[in-house]
Design a binder for this molecule. Structure first.
Ligand code: SAM
Length: 211
């Protein structure tokens, strides 16, 4: 019998490609925050969104191991481009170990640095889609920088917007990550520039469309 709905879901959707299973295992065993990888369900969902949106150019904030980057790229056309930005350059060897083995490698442009320093250099309306998955304290800042770079009708996905339910509890004064997500959700709800919906998938995924 299935022990949980999640187990049931995972056994009734497309399987996780072997390269990504290897990466997830490697991350769990050898990285401090291995649980940050998107994982099987969200990974298949990201691929499906990319397939549906058919973006020419995608921006990702927060590469980490490259798991979500490969999933997004899987759903993109062969000549489309994914720009993925990672602040922690100590992840480079890990990321390249998997990108080099991936059939998606030609679509992926890996950039090291702080997304907030890098994004302003892109032209306005350059991207059709973005995936925000960096530092939770900076979600509002990322959003304000990313929005002008997205074409009208384009999509932004923001990860972890339910933050393990911590939003519903009393927030400690120094819990800046929870506060960052709460501020992002609060400002988005009245933001007339976009339409939005929160999916209760994994840790919460907000889908945003620029009007
Ligand atoms: C949750 S992990 C990303 C997980 C990955 N997107 C996935 O789904 O598999 C967040 C990553 O964002 C990176 N990060 C945090 N702040 C950043 C910034 N300002 N610019 C670029 N990367 C950042 C962190 O170093 C970390 O690797």
């Amino acid at each position: 019998m299935f022990e949980s709905i999640e187990e049931y879901i995972l056994s009734h959707i497309d399987s996780e490609p072997p390269l990504l299973s290897d990466m997830a295992r490697d991350a769990q065993a050898n990285l401090l925050h291995g649980r940050m990888v998107s994982g099987h369900l969200q990974g298949r969902l990201l691929k499906m969104f990319a397939r549906m949106i058919r973006p020419r150019r995608v921006l990702e904030i927060g590469t980490y191991t490259g798991y979500s980057a490969i999933c997004l790229a899987e759903g993109m056309d062969d000549d489309a481009e994914l720009y993925t930005i990672e602040k922690d350059d100590e992840m480079e060897d890990f990321i390249r170990k998997y990108f080099d083995r991936s059939e998606q490698q030609n679509k992926i442009r890996l950039i090291f640095g702080d997304a907030l320093q890098i994004i302003p250099a892109f032209d306005d309306d350059f991207f059709d889609m973005a995936f925000i998955d960096g530092d939770k304290r900076q979600y509002n800042a990322y959003f304000e920088q990313v929005l002008p770079k997205i074409r009208q009708g384009g999509f932004i996905l923001a990860d972890n917007t339910l933050w393990n339910g911590k939003l519903l509890q009393k927030v400690a004064g120094n819990d800046w990550q929870t506060k960052g997500i709460m501020e992002f959700n609060e400002s988005l709800v009245n933001d007339k520039r976009v339409e939005k919906v929160i999916l209760p998938v994994r840790d919460g995924l907000t889908l945003i469309q620029k009007k």
